[in-house]
Design a protein around this ligand. Structure first.
Ligand code: ATP
Length: 320
């Protein structure tokens, strides 16, 4: 393989740039050419493609977001779009593709694989909700961003003896809430993967108050319900001076953490190695600290992401 392509797709995540940089630098180091595709699958179908040189990825490792831009492009779910995409790749002489993105992007990569086009997936999403890897690029940065907010909110919660509901991203996965909640000493973590009893939450808050506890932090994954709705329900059980903080897209941005940059660099380099060996149809991950590759079709069809629920139990035991 002499010429490879790369795109970022779905929600942007800090560290995507570091991954693109690693792909470009490793490929050029090994004597390959790299082409960057703007705006994910939308740009692929439109032919928004350009050569990337060493300097094009300079000064990018520390930047959040993705300099290749990203897009939601539902048309790629249809065969017509997928075949058009492959046609564009062939037109540019690109023999293999690296797709960096979340679950949806992986499905796009899987479709290309099914059409026989060599594609390698790199997990890039703040949600950490992709099967085949313990961690995705962007997750570490995102939980540290939430943690910084939790520490700040704790100051004001304590000063005014308030309960805070902090809504964090996570439509289907509670990983962000779980990890940031444990790190931030949250009193309660509410996630889609675990049931909860709001009366019990209220009872615990009251118990803390009775002991003289000043602050109370509840970290809520958005997929369960909105922060305001949760606060309203909680208020039915007593006056806990509830305030709501919705962190939203703040969680997405910012410079990637060292851990995310290192992970991105390892994933990017490995993706190039796989394509050099003509091994497409794979997705990369880190499992038990080791960088691995698995069949993308099998990973998506037979495996499901599960958050580390032992963190939930741990939090029950040490935060009240
Ligand atoms: P995040 O989880 O961070 O939002 P994502 O990659 O899951 O990222 P999506 O918007 O779900 O984000 O998917 C990104 C793009 O991947 C879609 O806009 C579409 O172009 C493509 N895609 C999604 N699902 C499929 C599918 N079933 N088949 C082909 N392509 C798909």
């Amino acid at each position: 393989m002499k010429r490879i392509g790369i795109l970022t797709s779905g929600g942007d995540a800090p560290g995507m740039n570091a991954a693109v940089r690693a792909v470009v630098r490793k490929a050029i180091y090994d004597g390959l050419e790299v082409y960057g595709i703007n705006y994910g699958f939308a740009g692929l179908v439109a032919g928004d493609i350009r050569r990337l040189d060493i300097a094009d990825v300079g000064d990018k490792i520390q930047r959040g977001g993705t300099f290749l831009y990203s897009a939601r492009y539902p048309d790629f779910e249809f065969e017509e779009g997928q075949l058009k995409g492959i046609e564009q790749l062939k037109k540019f002489g690109i023999e293999g593709l690296v797709v960096i993105g979340g679950d949806g992007s992986y499905h796009g990569a899987m479709r290309l694989t099914e059409h026989g086009y060599p594609t390698v997936g790199i997990p890039g999403t703040i949600d950490n909700d992709i099967p085949g890897t313990d961690f995705t690029i962007g997750f570490d940065t995102a939980i540290n961003t939430v943690l910084e907010s939790l520490d700040r909110i704790r100051d004001t919660a304590t000063s005014h003896v308030r309960t805070f509901v902090i809504e964090v991203m996570g439509r289907n996965a509670g990983d962000i809430a779980l990890w940031s909640g444990v790190a931030g000493g949250a009193d309660e973590i509410i996630i889609p993967e675990h049931n909860f009893d709001i009366a019990e939450v209220a009872r615990k808050i009251q118990e803390g108050r009775d002991r003289g506890k000043k602050h109370c932090l509840i970290v809520l994954a958005e997929g369960v319900m909105g922060g305001n709705e949760f606060a309203e329900k909680l208020s039915e059980y007593g006056n806990f001076h509830v305030r709501v903080s919705i962190l939203g897209h703040v969680i997405r941005g910012g410079a990637p953490s060292a851990r995310d940059r290192v992970l991105a660099s390892k994933f990017g380099s490995y993706a190039v190695e796989l394509l050099e060996q003509n091994r497409g149809g794979l997705c990369i991950g880190v499992v038990g600290g080791k960088v691995v590759a698995a069949e993308i079709i099998d990973t998506l069809e037979n495996h499901k992401h599960q958050p580390d629920l032992s963190l939930y139990e741990l939090n029950q035991e040490i935060s009240y």
